[in-house]
Design a protein around this ligand. Structure first.
Ligand code: NDP
Length: 399
């Protein structure tokens, strides 16, 4: 059917590339392009492309001109941006300049501030509409599948959704004293920021990791979950009518939090540049260099993830609860595509979003979050491509 350009060559990109090759009638050719060519080549070497042709390229996606040049030579239908959030706008600009659809898994971040806001990308709506192009934002797991789960609940199970609790649990163990499951810089920026949730039209801030509950998760068991701000809260608060409250919870072990506290206390998680022997460095970026590469955790990580949405609302005038979630096994992911479940649960939905745009099912000019499209083909594809979901109609609620 066509070609896809994958930008980035990290843990997520590797899964996207593997998964695209499982759907050769849609992805006839893929190009894996990133700043470090050797990483693209390493992914290509791991993949048995089958019928899908796989090529690689070097690109610095901070430079719009370089992305334009690459798109013009490769001529894809879509760019799947799984580099870092800092490159979202330069890549969107390049897509507009060349007439190519766009997809990402994380919202744009200005390098100097940790904001987690869709504002900059939503401002591109008119430009994509006028160009007749689709930009699909946040097509990973969270954001991504959590939005699709919510849209599915809205379509099939509720007249009105009032409360959503998204719970992201990782019961995996990689055996290192401390490592992050995806890009450490983005991960630590997210966790050390204030918590925030949306209630009755207002954002309520909480000190970092101050709201804690215990929750018993299917196939994982009881875990401590902590309230965090997460970017899908912003779009779901806008797109789900009748919503009264939405919160996001993530599991962290005591060991992880102790390490993080020490790193924070000594200033290693700061994004303020410091001068070290005449060179400006950002402590958090330096820390990223010395922590294990998330892409290397695959062979070591054992256990499961469980991510889903606990939803309360009404159907036919009666109160209703609904929990929809996916369980993913780290070792099974590794056996299939050579990556752990965090990369897998992000890369599979990125491939699915791109597939639905290429097939025309989710093609609509403008800039959209996943919950704005028909969830059904996405939910079917989750079952088919490795992320089957489960339902529970009487879940334990979070107070
Ligand atoms: P990694 O750090 O493993 O990989 C990022 C890749 O992007 C690297 O190959 C890196 O290249 C490349 N890159 C960075 N800067 C540039 C640039 N200027 N030009 C070209 N390539 C560049 O990250 P992950 O694979 O773990 O994560 C990828 C994305 O997925 C991130 O945006 C992350 O926030 C998002 N994500 C989303 C989730 C979701 O559920 N929605 C969950 C997990 C992640 P180099 O190696 O040269 O530095």
């Amino acid at each position: 059917m066509g070609k896809a350009l994958i930008i980035g060559a990290g843990g997520v990109a590797s899964v996207v590339a593997h998964k695209c090759c499982q759907v050769p009638d849609v992805f006839e050719e893929i190009c894996i392009a990133s700043r470090t060519l050797s990483k693209c080549e390493a992914i290509k070497d791991k993949i048995d492309g089958g019928k899908t042709k796989v090529t690689v390229a070097q690109v610095d996606a901070d430079k719009t001109e370089e992305v334009i040049e690459l798109i013009n030579s490769f001529k894809p239908e879509i760019v799947i941006n799984v580099a870092l959030p800092y490159q979202d706008l330069t890549i969107m600009d390049a897509c507009l300049a060349t007439g190519v659809h766009y997809l990402d898994t994380a919202n744009y971040e200005p390098p100097e501030t940790a904001k987690f806001e869709y504002k900059w990308q939503w401002e591109y709506k008119q430009k994509f509409e006028e160009a007749g192009l689709t930009a699909l934002l946040g097509s990973g797991f969270d954001p991504g599948v959590t939005g699709v789960f919510t849209a599915y609940a809205q379509k099939h199970h509720f007249d009105e959704i009032n409360y959503i609790d998204i719970v992201d649990a990782n019961g995996g163990d990689h055996g290192y004293p401390f490592a992050t499951n995806f890009n450490p810089e983005i991960n630590i920026r997210e966790i050390t920021a204030n918590g925030r949730y949306w209630e009755n039209g207002e954002w309520i801030e909480t000190p970092p990791l101050s709201e804690k509950r215990e929750y018993n998760l299917d196939q994982i068991g009881p875990k401590n979950i902590y309230l965090l701000y997460h970017e899908e809260l912003e779009s779901l608060a806008v797109n789900i009518k009748g919503l009264k409250r939405i919160r996001f919870w993530m599991t962290f072990s005591d060991n992880y939090l102790n390490h993080l506290k020490v790193l924070e206390n000594v200033g290693m998680t700061s994004i303020e540049p410091i001068n070290y022997e005449g060179k400006e460095i950002i402590p958090l970026q330096f820390l990223k260099e010395i922590l294990p590469d998330p892409a290397s955790l695959g062979p070591r990580t054992k256990g499961k993830t469980n991510i889903g949405c606990i939803i309360q609302g009404t159907k036919d005038g009666k109160p209703k609860t609904y929990y929809v979630y996916n369980i993913c096994d780290h070792q099974e992911c590794y056996r299939e595509v050579g990556s752990q479940a965090i990369s897998y649960t992000t890369g599979v939905p990125a491939m699915i979003g791109a597939m639905l745009i290429m097939k025309g099912q989710w093609k609509r000019p403008g800039v959209y979050n996943v919950e704005e499209f028909d969830p059904d083909p996405f939910m079917d594809a989750l079952n088919k491509y490795g992320l089957p979901w489960q339902e529970n109609f009487s879940p334990t609620l979070i107070d």
